[in-house]
Design a protein around this ligand. Structure first.
Ligand code: IPE
Ligand code: IPE
Ligand code: MG
Ligand code: MG
Ligand code: MG
Length: 297
């Protein structure tokens, strides 16, 4: 586990630097928007999606310098999703990553535009980030993959279902579908973006990574639902206990704490099983799956 801690720290530092270099400076007009974009993106977050890009790429032998751009792109989309998720018209959350959420530190209109701008920057980077030259055909595939994951059949669609489900009793199947969209889709994209930086990936390996990505993607939101109940605001850096207060259907409300834990562990087993084909090269991804399910924040 300590080697995983080191690995996550390495990925975190690497993507932090890469993001810092790619976000517009606070001197670039409009300065307040750029300051808010940096506020919402930098110095916070576990950077699990970036780690999935780096560790998948590394498992397949891709050069680290090729991985910065997709790692930044997925973290930018994620940061945008959090800024909008916290808005009063969505989850109405005042705390994010241990600080006032973007619309509290700035204002609602700025937070809206921060989300828009982070999303655009993510796509711009995949299309034209110069360091270093990614293969143009791969860039197009990456843009299609990430856009689909973020859009109305992926993250944004999952958020729409989430908002429409307040106070409703969802079936386990409907709940799983919502979670796979709102959170699973972007986690899945992180893994597959990492795979797209590798030279040529055998179909069997690509299928195995698909399975891994889907399992950890769903497990990630189950763990988030559990932490909303069991975690504490100070450790989470976001308000605990919000889901129940807001009448959100979650794995805990639908299956109970124990049921949620069992489902998460089944998914961990599935993730580990799918990595077998990678042998030793899959070890870091296996530890990361464990971390995603057992994490305390
Ligand atoms: C929180 O994601 C929102 C969900 C999709 C569950 P993370 O737990 O990855 O948030 P950060 O990036 O570490 O703040
Ligand atoms: C977030 O789900 C999903 C997103 C697409 C951001 P939550 O609403 O449960 O995330 P937190 O708990 O606020 O981080
Ligand atoms: Mg939400
Ligand atoms: Mg929320
Ligand atoms: Mg949550």
């Amino acid at each position: 586990l300590s080697s995983l801690t080191d690995t996550l720290e390495r990925c975190r530092l690497r993507v932090e630097r890469a993001l810092d270099r790619r976000l517009p400076t606070t001197h670039t007009p409009p300065a307040r928007l750029h300051e808010a974009m940096r506020y919402a993106t930098l110095k916070g977050g576990k950077r699990i999606r970036a780690a999935l890009v780096y560790l998948t790429g590394e498992a397949l032998g891709a050069g680290n310098e090729l991985l910065d751009c997709p790692a930044c792109a997925v973290e930018l989309i994620h940061a945008y999703s959090l800024v909008h998720d916290d808005l009063p018209c969505m989850d109405d959350d005042d705390l994010r990553r241990g600080r006032p959420s973007c619309h509290r530190a700035y204002d609602e209109a700025t937070a809206l535009l921060v989300g828009d701008s982070l999303q655009s920057l993510a796509i711009e980077l995949l299309a034209s980030d110069p360091t270093p030259a990614l293969d143009p055909a791969r860039r197009t595939e990456m843009i299609a993959l990430l856009s689909r994951a973020a859009g109305s059949t992926g993250m944004a669609g999952g958020q729409a279902i989430d908002l429409a489900s307040v106070g409703a009793a969802l079936t386990p199947e409907a709940l799983e579908d919502m979670h796979r969209r709102k959170t699973g889709a972007l986690i899945h994209a992180a893994v597959m973006l990492g795979a797209l930086t590798a030279p040529a990936v055998d179909q069997k390996i690509s299928d195995a990574l698909e399975r891994y990505a889907r399992a950890v993607g769903l497990a990630f939101q189950i763990a988030d639902d559990i932490l909303d109940v069991e975690g504490e605001t100070a450790a989470l850096g976001k308000s605990a206990g919000k889901d129940q207060r807001h009448g959100k259907p979650t794995y805990v409300s639908v299956l109970g704490l124990e049921g949620a834990r069992i489902r998460a562990h089944d998914l961990e087993r599935e993730a580990l099983d799918s990595l077998k084909i990678l042998g030793d090269n899959g070890r870091a991804l296996a530890s990361l799956a464990g971390f995603i399910i057992e994490r305390r924040q």
